[in-house]
Structures are given as C-alpha cells and as structure tokens.
Design a protein around this ligand. Structure first.
Ligand SMILES: [Fe+2]
Length: 229
C-alpha cells in the first residue's frame, strides 16, 4: 500500500511539472506575440551628420528631434496599428484615412521624413527648374514667396507646420497646419515643410521662431525639394 501511495505521489508530481512547463511555455508564447510588434513603419535615414546643419540647427537639436521625437512617433505607430485595419497599410494611406492617436503619430512620421530630407550641409540658394518658375509666376519672386511663407509659419498658433504644397494642376499654395497636419489630407502634394513645434528650434532660438524660420532657407537642399514639384 505504501508502495502504491509512493508511485501515485511521484506520478502526480511529474504531471504537475509537465503542466507547469506547458503554462510557462504558453505565457512565453503570449509575451512574445505581444512584444512582436509590427516594425514596418520606419523613420527615413538622416542624409547628413547630426552636426551638418550647424549653426542653423544645432547638433543637440538634431539628436533630440530626429533621435528621440521622430523615433517616438515611429515606435508609437508600430504599437498602435497592431490589430487595426492599418496594420498592413502604407504610411500615406494611414495618414489619409486615420484619426486620433494613429493619425497624430503617422502624420508626424510622414512630416518628419519630408522635413529631415529637405536640408543639407551648405545648402540654401534658390529653387530650381519648374518649381522656381511656378514660385516666380505665383508669388512674383522667391524673396516675396519666402516672406509669405515665413509669415504663415510665425502665425501658426501653438505646435504645427507650414507647408508649400501643389494641387493636381501644379498650382502652389502655402498651407498652415496644426499639430501633425499635412496637406495630403486635402488632396495636395507637400513640397516643403517647416516644423514650428518648439522642439524643432527651442534649444537654438528659444522663443524666436521667426529668426529660426528665416535661417532655415540657408540649409535647404533644393535638388531634393525641387524634385518634389
Ligand atoms: Fe518635429
């Protein structure tokens, strides 16, 4: 009887061990699938060194703006789309069709990808080709266009963007957007966007947004920006 009791106890112990292992394996599987976030949305590679835009945009600003803020939008969106209809959508579709937190993060990825690729070391000068002609034709001159664009950027209340955009016929317009806004939600194509969130200039210019916007023209990569027209 004692022997049978001992065999039963050993069997029960072994069964408990197997069950525990199964539960642990299942938990690990669940945790892995929760952590296995779809990392399809990415930020654009920075096409210059972090100090390349000095003194217009300081190294520390680029490191924080590109390295922390932009990265946070990417990380947030990759988590937010899990289990939604946007899980397999491309970024532009997400921006056009989403709202709330998904739109805010997707919009900011789209906006910052355009923004960070609009500059280069020793940039500046003037727009080229068809974009230059369209600006001259609509605004009178590049100087007049810059004045209007800067004034629009200064007058954005709070955080947002000022964009140069074109419609399907090639007509240009200056668009003011709040927060993560982008003219693609109005059916327009963005050509150039200046970020007027304080995170883009506060370390270098404090509250002097107007000075920051004026300085940005000296680092524009007009080859890239003109090709968007
Ligand atoms: Fe920004």
């Amino acid at each position: 009887m004692k022997k049978i009791h001992s065999i039963l106890l050993t069997g029960l112990f072994a069964l408990t061990l197997v069950m525990c292992n199964n539960v642990t394996a299942k938990n690990n599987e669940n945790n892995n699938s929760k952590n296995n976030v779809n990392m399809k949305f990415e930020k654009v590679a920075l096409p210059y060194e972090t100090d390349a835009l000095e003194p217009v945009i300081g190294k520390q600003t680029v490191e924080l703006h590109y390295g922390k803020h932009h990265q946070a939008y990417v990380d947030n969106l990759n988590k937010l789309v899990v289990g939604t209809k946007f899980e397999d959508a491309d970024l532009e579709t997400v921006v056009k069709e989403s709202d709330g937190a998904i739109f805010n993060n997707a919009g900011q990825i789209y906006n910052h990808n355009l923004y960070f690729t609009s500059f280069k070391k020793n940039g500046g000068g003037e727009p080229k080709g068809a974009l230059a002609e369209a600006i001259n034709s609509q605004y009178g001159s590049f100087e007049k266009f810059k004045e209007e664009f800067n004034a629009a950027g200064v007058s954005v209340f709070g955080s947002g963007w000022v964009w140069l955009a074109k419609d399907a016929s090639g007509k240009l317009s200056i668009e003011k957007e709040s927060n993560a806004g982008n003219p693609i939600t109005k059916g327009l194509t963005p050509i150039l966007g200046f970020d007027v969130w304080e995170h883009s200039y506060y370390l270098d210019y404090q509250n002097r947004r107007a000075d920051h916007l004026k300085a940005l023209w000296s680092i524009i990569d007009w080859d890239v920006v003109s090709a968007r027209y």
